[in-house]
Design a protein. Sequence first.
Length: 391
Amino acid sequence: MLPNDPQRAIREATAAAEPRLIEMRRDIHRVPELAFQETRTAGIVAAELARLGIPHRTGVGRTGVVGEIRGGRPGPVLAIRADMDALPIHEETAIDFASTVDGQMHACGHDIHTATLLGVAAVLKDLAPALAGTVRLVFQPAEEVLEGAAAMIADGAADGVDMAIGFHNHPDMPVGTFGYVRGASLAASDRFDLIVRGKSGHAAHPYAAVDPIVAAAHFVAQAQTVVSREIKPLHPAVVTVGMFQGGTTYNIIPERVHLKGTVRTLHDDARDTAEAALKRLADGLQATMRVTCDMTYVRKVPPLVNDDRVLEPVIAAVQRQMGAAPEPGEPSMGSEDFAEFAARAPAFQLRIGSGAPGRDDRLHNAFYQPDERCIGLGVQALSRAALDILT
């Protein structure tokens, strides 16, 4: 039966769970685990779901966990997803629960996300009789390498899902605030490797060699024209070369150069244009600079497109629960493999403010520390969204 005052019921249940959620978040933060290595974290999740009496499966997508809360009446399946993996960053915060693993850190707040979804599980378990449908709790590995969602989906995590909600903490938004973007909110992420092969020789006699460094430098410069001259100005796109590796010393022209880069786009036609253009530029080097080029181009994840069919009821529910409407925001050229779930069912990713007063934090930073109050606030917002959607 639906509580007479859902706002109060969710607020009180969250307050009761919050100390434990913070304790679990700090435990996870102390022992961060990289992509597809989240065995300890998954064990904490599974143990908590078992304590709550929530049926669950482990080993989904290698190290993921899926739990299900069945409502008192039949209805749609709503998936809520949290990511669990950490980053290869050495923590510099000096907090008393800092990472104990050298070179690894929860610098993107996935420890916050994991604790938040466990809080949602605790709240919704008690409200299950009022639900018309099923809440699927998806604890996902390997978001940082954009591979965990596909792995979980291959193991059935999206089977039968009618709609999905994702969420991410945002240090650029003050704690206590929420945000959203209509339509494409995060970019597609694609990657390329380019091997440029020439002919090695002495730096004093370049005419007797074929210089792959000069050829590769031409490619880097030309790649910047893809965005400025081939993609519509109103369609955002970013082409970045993140690695340029070749040569060993001052006076030797090397045999080869290796480039690595990424392409970010919000629209399918821009994505197609960028891939075709970069491949054409690589082919052009062979014709004009006597080198040979081998390009490997991999499409990782599509853009994350928020669907109004989920967005609208979620932001309405957040306003009812929190007393203030989420604020509209701008798309980001960052990427997120929750897009794989959004490509299979109507979906929406909620932005949860995690910025601590007086701090200027950034994600993927060795000093990052979100305001832990965002855990309980996120639990309230997501629990109310699920309750309202499924009643």
